[in-house]
Design a protein. Sequence first.
Length: 286
Amino acid sequence: MAEIRSIGVVGGGQMGSGIAQLAAVNGFEVWLHDADSTALSNAHESISSRIQSIVSKGHLTKEKGAEALRNLRCTSNLEDFRSVDIVIEAIVESEEVKKKLFVRLDNIVKGSAILASNTSSISITRLASATSRPGQVIGMHFMNPPPVMKLVEIIRGASTSDDTFNATKFLAERLGKKIICSQDFSGFIVNRILMPMINEAFHALYTGVATKEDIDAGMKFGTNHPMGPLELADHIGLDVCLSIMKVLYAGLGDSKYAPCPLLVQYVDAGRLGRKKGIGVYQYSKM
Ligand code: NAI
């Protein structure tokens, strides 16, 4: 099993910037790419300030913080991924866009490199089939925010090799994560269970069962969830939730997975959650 030393992360949004930070802090050489130059510089800025904050709280030494920042390189040129050992893709949740990226990456990275996707729900088998290396394609699904949340869900596509699985599992362990393994069916384990609950919370709001505050309080104080489902949807991003519901609906073919019209309407209105300052709730400043 080849050792992973160098990691390429594509997508500098909520997830990609968190994955890049986590890898850099754990001593890996990290290349971070985003197609949008503003998103890339915002990612660099937010990673730097989060690392500074961890150092100032005493959870990381000043030297380790400085080393983590030295480990991180942001690039607008995907060709810089030539020598990485693994790419972790964290771009928009669209099968078409991800497939195009996987085709490009397949042509750029070295033959031994693994192509991993942080997708929440899209078929790893289909992403793999767009490449010439289906045995080296795998799902590596981090939770939000990646530096904090303990879990990584590893998804084996139909052709994923044992070597690829073992190397990815070893990497996730070196990043300090608890691992669960899922077969490649829509939504995998976590979102297969979580998203219908969030969608149902939207239905409860849509049909006037209760206020958003009471729906969230019900699940927080009644079932010990750290966040209510509507609050959590804002945290994840309503666009991401809607994309996942569409994948569940298309992939599992049951009307119980149809996205709630209110969720669709909020996304149409640009109410995408915390990242936009408004979703189910309004946020004063992002
Ligand atoms: P985001 O919207 O915060 O960030 C996506 C980034 O990808 C943006 O900066 C965008 O400029 C960039 N991008 C889009 N297309 C690109 C391309 N072709 N090449 C390079 N960069 C491109 O999205 P977020 O929330 O970080 O989600 C990313 C992925 O992670 C999605 O697949 C999502 O389903 C998954 N995910 C999201 C979680 C969440 O709580 N938001 C949790 C776990 C997984």
